[in-house]
Design a protein around this ligand. Structure first.
Ligand SMILES: *[C@@H]1O[C@H](CO)[C@@H](O)[C@H](O)[C@H]1NC(C)=O
Length: 164
């Protein structure tokens, strides 16, 4: 069951997405705060409580694992008492990966991103932007220069032409 603290955190998280400075998602450097009304037409959008509950399970346990149904249901679902961990190392090394992350992102923070990078078999192409918070990756006014040029160059370097 989702407890009250989790519900409060969800609300803060949702509201915090759209502020320039937020303890949850980190301080965003390049977000245009005079456009908040326009963004609020699309955000927040719904997610299931099970999805958020799953997130909190992983935060509490420090794991990156499937949903924990409790011992008996886990036995039915997974044939084991604990939910199986997602095996990041099973992502094939042949899969090209580009990752961008920000020094001010409190949701996907640097320690967590580095932990994921360490678990990957392949060496992803990395873009680190020290002043970027969580929302900047989507809504930065300099997103094209800071993020998308690098991402598109990466896709372009893969040498396959698109049918689009
Ligand atoms: C910020 O948003 C306002 C309102 O849409 C717009 O007039 C202004 O040009 C934007 N500033 C930047 C730097 O994009």
């Amino acid at each position: 069951m989702t407890n009250i603290a989790e519900v409060q955190f969800m609300i803060i998280l949702t509201l915090g997405f759209l502020t320039k400075s937020c303890i949850c998602s980190g301080e965003n450097c390049c977000f245009n705060s005079s456009r908040i009304d326009s963004y609020l037409e699309y955000e927040p959008h719904p997610s299931s409580s099970k999805n958020l509950h799953h997130l909190f399970q992983m935060i509490r346990e420090g794991t990156f694992a499937m949903y924990d149904y409790g011992v008996w249901k886990n036995l039915m679902h997974y044939k084991q008492r604990k939910p199986p961990a997602f095996d990041v190392s099973s992502i094939p090394s042949s899969l090209p990966i580009w990752m961008g992350y920000g020094g001010n992102d409190a949701l996907a923070d640097v320690a967590d991103v580095q932990r994921t990078i360490k678990e990957l078999v392949s060496k992803p192409e990395l873009l680190y932007l020290e002043n970027y918070g969580h929302i900047d990756f989507l809504l930065s006014t300099r997103g094209k220069e800071d993020v998308y040029d690098s991402m598109l160059a990466f896709f372009g370097s893969l040498g396959k032409t698109s049918s689009y």
